[in-house]
Design a protein around this ligand. Structure first.
Ligand code: ADP
Ligand code: ADP
Length: 231
């Protein structure tokens, strides 16, 4: 069963058609890679999924339920999480405090600091993220580690679909590798990952499904087994 189904989705800002006739299904256990030049409609697609923008035509379903009104809270409650490039991490705060930063907003259970530290440690270990001392401020970590913390946090808080907005764009080869490995782990743990990237190589390393947006339309929509040079 797909987690997200877009049928013939369009979005216009006044007379700008940012998306037109987009059909897309996001499945658990798959990485859906979204490629496309600046202005192609990638951010618009993310914002519709995250409930920040209303689509202006077509239909949008999450977990089999057709959406009527866009709402970030509703999207989050249905398990759609977005990790933006700014990561929403507080650089001066410790790793474990960052991990639980959303807890009050999300009305999670009350946890004392020892419990938070322990859970953050367990969650990061479970996904093979090596951070070391969780009392360190997040600002001192590498870009790859920060991406992984933001993703692990979203998963802990119930994400079923994680939308990653160019998670490797600001990283070097080694740090990109750290993040790509982690994306593969999240995929194999059954999450639906929407991976926005400009880098076809990164897409190919972890992707199951590839779409290219051009001026708001899909110009490629292929699964991994359909990408072959032999045809
Ligand atoms: P991408 O993320 O691929 O760079 P966007 O989704 O940001 O693409 O933009 C798609 C198109 O919609 C572009 O032509 C852009 O100028 C336009 N656009 C995006 N946001 C707005 C807005 N708030 N108002 C008007 N036009 C917009
Ligand atoms: P609103 O009140 O406008 O619905 P929210 O307070 O629910 O907005 O949050 C806005 C967005 O920020 C939501 O999409 C949510 O996913 C995200 N968000 C809120 N807190 C956190 C957090 N601690 N970590 C990551 N994302 C968060």
């Amino acid at each position: 069963e797909p987690l997200v189904v877009m049928k013939n989705v369009g979005k216009s800002y006044g007379n700008v058609n940012a998306l037109q006739g987009v059909n897309l299904e996001v499945y658990p256990g798959e990485v859906t890679c979204v490629l496309g030049d600046n202005g192609a409609g990638k951010s618009t697609l993310i914002k519709i999924m995250a409930g920040l923008h209303e689509h202006t035509s077509g239909s949008f379903e999450v977990a089999g339920v057709k959406r009527q009104l866009a709402s970030p809270r509703a999207a989050q409650a249905l398990g759609i999480a977005t990790v933006y490039q700014d990561l929403a991490l507080a650089p001066l705060m410790s790793v474990w405090r960052n991990f639980f930063m959303g807890n009050e907003i999300r009305k999670g259970p009350f946890l004392d600091s020892r419990a938070m530290r322990r859970i953050a440690d367990e969650e990061l270990q479970k996904m093979g993220i090596q951070i070391g001392d969780l009392d360190r401020p997040v600002g001192g970590l590498s870009g790859g580690q920060k991406q992984c913390i933001a993703i692990a946090r979203a998963i802990y808080f119930g994400a079923k679909v994680i939308i990653l907005d160019e998670p490797t764009a600001a990283l070097g080869v080694k740090q990109s590798g750290v993040v790509l490995k982690y994306i593969a782990k999240a995929r194999d743990a059954g999450l639906g990952v929407v991976f926005i990237t400009h880098n076809p190589h990164h897409a190919y390393l972890v992707g199951n499904h590839f779409i290219i947006l051009k001026l708001g339309r899909l110009t490629l929509d292929a699964h991994r087994d359909e990408l072959t040079l032999d045809q």
